[in-house]
Design a protein around this ligand. Structure first.
Ligand SMILES: [Zn+2]
Length: 461
């Protein structure tokens, strides 16, 4: 299938030269971009899509998500509370649902389907999920259910096999019912890789080995995951690092930094990206750059939990790869990556008095496109150039709420009544057209998750 996007008002490529083009076309051949330029010929294109008035960007990439939390949004006790309360309530509600038969694979599939639908409507074409809770001795196929949901919606998924191996009884911060032996986690991760991991370019599904972090995992878990990743091309490592609580926890319990614990157990190198990075000791930042790890900036959850903001200017100056993510719905509530970019564009200004240190719109959008792609180990994603995957998100610049703007990218972040994209393609296939999902019905997806939340019967308060 060859598709021509014709006469796009503005194309921001985020390629190696940061090219931005007005009144340009993109030719797509199968899953890949065949050409980007002016006045491309439709030739033998099977379909020509009118791009008049549209701003085209590489599809946004959410580098940190916990899809299972989507039916646990806006819980009143969490409106103003920190991570210990969040973890306690997560334990309690997930455990109750599981005991009542309401935390199974089908529930997970419905939950993931709704958040992934929201994600693609907002221009996200790739999501990195980290599923960390596997209650009971024989856990349900949760990660498998998330993979099925992504295929339904048509979004690219990096499915993280999380873990809890160091629970409350041993001094950790997550409930004992979620604790699994390291060898059981590894056996399941091996099965997931064998069944679902595609190391090839344009892959729609990859497996990520994603322990919770030092507050919930034994050091042997990091070593075992690192060894498993080393044996499988394209399998990456991901965890939480320096979100504030782990910094404090590792210092109190182990007398060191969580980063030291990871590196001492081989959980490092350019296969690794971490989430948050809010409270790194300043001397560690150069080590991250030298090790080649990525850091996903998660500003909205970091602000909501009162952690403050990651030192993104220091990371950028040190040459650390920065991605961007929302994290899950218990600490962010929404999954609106573009909205979170807007928050970041403004919130950093409150913390630095020198305007030269504020992240620019283009720096932030680079984090959410090629930066997240680098975190995920996807050189085929995150930019609009020949040979890249045809993951493209387009927003309408001609609506009244964007009238009078002079910079299309700043207009996307700083104006607009809605962040819903007009057109989104993944591997050259439209998954959103005219602002609506093409694969599934959004209202049905929403109804299913409303029912899951309603079944708590108000007890989540
Ligand atoms: Zn997280």
């Amino acid at each position: 299938m060859r598709v021509l996007l014709r006469r796009l008002a503005y194309v921001a490529t985020f390629d190696t030269e940061d090219q931005e083009l007005s009144d340009a076309d993109i030719l797509i051949d199968g899953p890949r971009i065949a050409a980007v330029g002016h006045d491309l010929h439709a030739g033998d294109a099977d379909r020509v899509i009118d791009g008049t008035g549209l701003l085209a960007l590489p599809g946004l990439i959410n580098a940190h998500q916990h899809l299972f939390q989507a039916s646990l949004r806006t819980l009143p006790p969490l409106e103003r509370s920190g991570m210990p309360d969040f973890l306690r309530l997560q334990d309690e509600l997930v455990l109750r649902r599981w005991r009542e038969g309401r935390f199974g694979a089908a529930d997970m599939r419905a939950t993931a389907r709704a958040v992934l639908a929201e994600s693609v409507l907002g221009g996200v074409t790739t999501v990195a999920d980290q599923h960390t809770v596997f209650p009971g001795a024989e856990p349900e196929p949760y990660v498998e259910a998330v993979i099925e949901a992504a295929a339904e919606v048509g979004v690219r998924l990096h499915a993280g096999r999380g873990s809890v191996t160091f629970s409350r009884a041993r001094g950790g911060m997550v409930g004992d019912v979620f604790a699994e032996p390291v060898d059981a986690v590894i056996r399941h991760a091996e099965k997931l890789i064998a069944a679902h991991h595609d190391p090839e370019p344009y892959a729609m599904t990859r497996i990520v080995l994603a322990p919770s972090g030092v507050v919930a995992d034994v050091p042997e878990m990091f070593r075992a995951f690192a060894d498993l990743a080393a044996a499988h091309p394209g399998v990456r490592l991901h965890t939480h690092l320096h979100h504030h609580e782990d910094t404090r926890f590792a210092r109190a319990r182990f007398g060191t930094s969580p980063w030291r614990i990871l590196t001492e157990h081989g959980f490092t190198g350019d296969r690794l990206w971490v989430a948050h990075g809010v409270t790194p000791p300043p001397e560690e930042i150069a080590e991250y750059a030298a090790a080649g790890i990525g850091v996903a900036h998660i500003p909205v959850a970091d602000l909501k939990l009162g952690w403050g903001l990651a030192p993104v200017r220091r990371y950028l100056d040190a040459g650390v790869t920065l991605g961007f993510g929302t994290t899950g719905s218990m600490t962010n509530d929404g999954a609106n990556l573009l909205g979170d970019l807007r928050v970041a564009a403004l919130a950093h200004r409150a913390h630095r008095t020198d305007p030269g240190e504020w992240p620019t719109v283009r720096e932030l959008l680079a984090m959410a496109t090629r930066g997240s792609a680098a975190c995920l180990g996807r050189p085929d994603l995150g930019s609009l150039a020949v040979g890249q995957a045809a993951d493209i998100a387009c927003w309408d610049l001609t609506t009244v709420d964007r009238a009078g703007t002079h910079d299309p990218l700043a207009a996307l972040l700083f104006t607009g009544l809605s962040d819903i994209a007009s057109l989104v393609l993944v591997n050259g296939t439209p998954v959103v057209e005219d602002g609506r999902l093409t694969r599934i019905d959004a209202a049905t997806a929403a109804r299913e998750v409303r029912a899951l939340a309603a079944a708590d019967g108000g007890r989540a308060r």
